[in-house]
Design a protein around this ligand. Structure first.
Ligand code: S3P
Length: 178
């Protein structure tokens, strides 16, 4: 893929899915990419592949700030490309510059779900360091509350409560006028 992001490029602009952990960014992103004939990429997967270790080990051995720096670098890199549906990590919104660069070069869509459903979906998950250990529910509620205004600030919002993957994709296509 070329690094050219000027308007003469026929490929569609990127669509970036943001939102809290467990809101289905990867599942929805894959289906959306299929529907639009775009390419899906998952930011965490790329970071994990490049670092050769899971996110939990990056947090443990290198620290969260090292992970955020990798996330930032990757956001800049992907924003230079076109034709991508990008599944972001839940913490992408912590750095407003990430959102700014993605909004300049594509659309940013925020997925949300009620905390009870997120908790159910992540009940047996061990891959997310921010929710690891005792009292997952408290960590989830506190992290979500601390970030709520950041997620709410996204221009395109999809509350997935009661929507399956196909319905969520339909809603994104409609709201983004694709
Ligand atoms: C994080 C979310 C995770 C992953 C990392 C940190 C967060 O991605 O990037 O564990 O800060 O919310 P998912 O949203 O895909 O779970």
């Amino acid at each position: 893929m070329t690094k050219d992001s000027n308007s003469s490029d026929a490929r569609p602009r990127n669509i970036v899915l943001v939102g809290f952990m467990g809101t289905g960014k990867t599942t929805v992103g894959k289906r959306l990419a299929q529907r639009l004939g775009m390419t899906f990429v998952d930011m965490d997967d790329i970071i994990v592949e490049r670092q050769g270790k899971p996110v939990s080990r990056i947090f443990e051995e290198d620290g969260e700030s090292a992970f955020r720096a990798l996330e930032r670098g990757l956001a800049l890199e992907l924003a230079e490309q076109r034709g991508l549906v990008i599944g972001a990590g839940g913490g992408l919104v912590l750095n407003p510059d990430n959102i700014r660069v993605f909004e300049r070069t594509g659309r940013v869509v925020c997925l949300s779900l009620d905390p009870e459903t997120i908790l159910e979906r992540l009940a047996n998950d061990r891959s997310r360091p921010l929710l690891a250990g005792e009292d997952k529910e408290r960590k989830l509620r506190e992290t979500l509350a601390a970030r709520q205004t950041l997620y709410d600030a996204m221009a395109i919002q999809i509350n997935r409560t009661g929507l399956d993957v196909g319905q969520t994709v339909d809603r994104i296509v409609a709201l983004c006028e694709l």
